[in-house]
Design a protein around this ligand. Structure first.
Ligand code: A3P
Length: 314
């Protein structure tokens, strides 16, 4: 059919119509938005996204992709529901926590569509770097939880995610992906700027800044910190229950949290499961010694202006 199209542009728009009709997800191209590469559909709807105004009771969970978003979302939901497992299985992660900036080709609902149909207080997810977060979140003094993960494990997790998520750009070969990550040429931009910019603002803007590695090392302590930040109080038994329900194994087996609810055409778990390893230090299985040294040298340069206590092993 494509051969009937006269120009490449005509062919591409025709292909898009066919794919939309068939419900096929694209590997969406990235476009720079104020210097940050974002999926084309997000950039197209940028004015609506940045104009979103939350309610003061809304909370934001902000992360660089693959830093522990889903894990934190589940902890927050269980805290809000006093550890009630069934209540937290009322809907999938995507439906319980609107993803602020996400946009797809119609008719797939956007994050803003979901938000429109949900009453505050809502727990909203974003991967936006701090300068792109709609200003209403700061003006309304919404609570913001930020989760950061050490660069090497974050990179490895993102690489495998880009392989399985058909909406993300192709990751390409591993050694090239390392370079793309170091230069911030991946979706949602530079990991380095992301973690640094939230870090620098955390006190001024009352952001709870968490680390994936701490959640792994001492989940009980971190669940308690989240509870206090949310002005909640649950019993010790409920804390224990939440820690157990949000273990990697339990979340991997939870169909409302493990992302098997996304059609295979978009998330292909046979390439790499969403709940992949959930460990600290998996990077050692991917980086060669030379890659690790090159990465560390660049890391020292890019992170020279801050002292964020990341750890790459526990
Ligand atoms: P890996 O790819 O290293 O396994 P996000 O939710 O931000 O997309 O992050 C996904 C990463 O968090 C994946 O990392 C996933 O396995 C890990 N993860 C999710 N839930 C977890 C849990 N309960 N415990 C440990 N890791 C978890």
């Amino acid at each position: 059919i494509g051969s009937k199209c006269k120009t490449e542009e005509e062919f591409l728009s025709y292909k898009e119509v066919i794919n939309r009709a068939a419900g096929i997800a694209w590997r969406f191209p990235l476009i720079e938005m104020q210097g940050v590469p974002l999926r084309n559909y997000i950039v197209q709807k940028w004015s609506n996204i940045s104009a979103f105004c939350p309610d003061p009771s809304d909370m934001l969970i902000a992360t660089y992709p693959k830093a522990g978003t889903t894990w934190t979302q589940e902890i927050v939901d269980l805290l809000l529901h006093n550890g009630d497992e069934e209540a937290c299985k009322r809907a999938s992660t995507s439906d319980r926590f609107p993803f602020l900036e996400i946009q797809y080709p119609p008719p797939i609902p956007s994050g803003l569509d979901l938000l429109k149909n949900m009453k505050p207080p809502r727990v909203i997810k974003t991967h936006l770097p701090i300068q792109l977060v709609p200003k209403g979140f700061w003006e309304n003094k919404c609570k913001v939880i930020y989760v950061a993960r050490n660069a090497k494990d974050n990179l490895v997790s993102y690489y495998h995610f880009d392989r399985m998520n058909q909406a993300q750009p192709q990751p390409g070969p591993w050694e090239e992906y390392i370079q793309k990550f170091m230069r911030g040429k991946v979706a949602w931009g530079s990991w380095y700027d992301h973690v640094k910019d939230y870090w620098k603002e955390r006190e001024k803007r009352n952001i709870l800044y968490l680390f994936f590695e701490d959640l792994k090392k001492d989940p009980r302590r971190e669940v308690e910190r989240i509870m206090r930040y949310m002005d909640l109080s649950v019993t010790d038994d409920v804390i224990d229950k939440i820690v157990q329900l949000t273990s990697f194994k339990n979340m991997r087996d939870n169909p409302m949290a493990n992302y098997t609810f996304i059609p295979k055409i978009m998330f292909d778990h046979s390439i790499s499961p969403f709940m992949r390893r959930g460990e600290v230090g998996d990077w050692t299985n991917h980086f060669t010694p030379a890659q690790s040294q090159m990465f560390d040298e660049d890391y020292a340069r890019q992170m020279a202006d801050v002292d964020i206590p990341f750890c790459t092993s526990i």
